[in-house]
Design a protein around this ligand. Sequence first.
Ligand SMILES: Nc1ncnc2c1ncn2[C@@H]1O[C@H](COP(=O)(O)OP(=O)(O)OP(=O)(O)O)[C@@H](O)[C@H]1O
Ligand SMILES: [Mg+2]
Length: 287
Amino acid sequence: MYEFVQMEQEKRLNEEYPDDMQLLIQEGGYISPDEHLWNDILVGIVLKKPVLLKGPSGAGKTKLAQTISHFFNQPMHSVNCSVDLDAESLLGFKTIVQKNGESVIDFIEGPVVQAMKKGHILYIDEINMAKPETLPILHSVLDHRRMLTNPFTGEVIYAHENFTVISAINEGYVGTSPMNEALKNRFISFSVPYLSGEELREIIHAEFPNAAATLVDTMMKINEDLRKQVINGLLSDEAASIRSLLDAISLAEHISLKRAVRYAIAEKLEDEIEKNLIMELVDTWVK
Ligand SMILES: Nc1ncnc2c1ncn2[C@@H]1O[C@H](COP(=O)(O)OP(=O)(O)OP(=O)(O)O)[C@@H](O)[C@H]1O
Ligand SMILES: [Mg+2]
């Protein structure tokens, strides 16, 4: 790890948070495909750059963001984008509260405002699912200005020095729109791939320390075959999803491996030909 990243980690580890914010500090566990991805993302974060994680479903993007929260012992606020996402769900809203017997208007701060003021992590998931007109409100937050004029209160907010933004996208999925160029331009971007080989074994071992070695070996061979067919263009990316593979292993500890793969991997795909291909590949490993 780079020395300046380590120094920043030590600095952030000294921060103290109240109990309700401590609950937002996540667990770690992300395993990097190589020595660079994890370290380079940390460099981006220490340089205060918003980080965009791109990759297929179940590749560990959320896990990676959680592991950054764990690494810096820093609370993480999550925003899930959808077409319904609006400025209020990002910034907060006005409400009437009772103070000393009188009704007064109060502003309840949303995730962006809280993370900026308190120096937390803001995790924006599925950022390309939001309506294109919603996110420009974040442009000044995401560039070198690191500030925001709250349109609901007029308050000018400058981000705390630890304020960190991480976003994730599945490019090209149904319901997503291409990310607006000006928004995309504010992030440094990293591809998060599905892991294989020894790193994959490590993930499986961390999740299922007591799983039978034969089960793990077979599942890894099936995953390897599925990856090859993804590369050959015969299967969709998600056939090699690590989430699906972990689901299959957890089912296969109780039911037959074939049925486990059917429910956790094959049935998630739409195409009958792809489903059949997966089950044929499984047949070559399990009689
Ligand atoms: N490199 C990895 N290191 C550790 N765990 C991983 C890794 N890749 C996948 N996983 C595991 O796979 C599962 C799915 O990961 P995660 O939810 O982070 O995926 P994602 O990329 O955010 O998917 P989606 O786009 O569907 O939200 C989790 O149980 C996670 O722990
Ligand atoms: Mg995710």
